[in-house]
Design a protein around this ligand. Sequence first.
Ligand code: ITT
Length: 202
Amino acid sequence: MKHRIVFATGNAGKMREIRMILGDLGCEVVSMKEAGAEPEIVEDGKSFAENAEIKARAVWKCTGDIVLADDSGLVVDYIGGEPGIYSARYMGEDTSYEIKNRNIIERLAGAQGQERSARFQCNIAAVLPDGRVLHTEAVMEGLIAEQPAGSGGFGYDPILYIPEFGRTSAELTIEQKNKISHRGKALEAMKEVLKKALEEES
Ligand code: ITT
């Protein structure tokens, strides 16, 4: 693909994963900071999809390239789907994940087995140079762990236990996580959708 892709995220943990997943696309992938496009973005959408589009559109207005954005979060069934789209802001943007993760575990006191079901959810939005918008979405299913474990990844990774690995998401290598994660799957799907959309264009 000859286009440059700008990724509208300020989250370094996400960007690390994104660079690996998009590495085989054969085009330059830069963060919005690297592209010199850091507009004020107000994430006031009501869904992952709306927020992903808000971020991608805001950066696209500055650069005009293909702009991708990720809106994602942890959805915990036992507490009504919290923190969901508010995952980054849960208990305050500046509160450490050690505290946020402990708090979620505490709120699940007494929950057993499948009652602890939770997932990471991710919506990817792409705004094309002509302004068209594409979306893909995926989840990574797991259970809220009894204790945080692992130091890989970022955010809520230490508390999402992935039964097929018998480990938390923070105990997986980045390669393992990218293969099965919400972000990995949504971005793989986006690669296909993007290729088709750009072929139609040329
Ligand atoms: P950008 O909007 O700049 O991309 P952000 O961190 O604010 O960065 P979101 O609004 O999409 O991004 O919030 C996503 C939050 O969900 C993130 O900060 C983590 O708390 C959580 N999250 C998403 N994916 C995760 C993952 O793979 N592992 C752990 N936590 C994750």
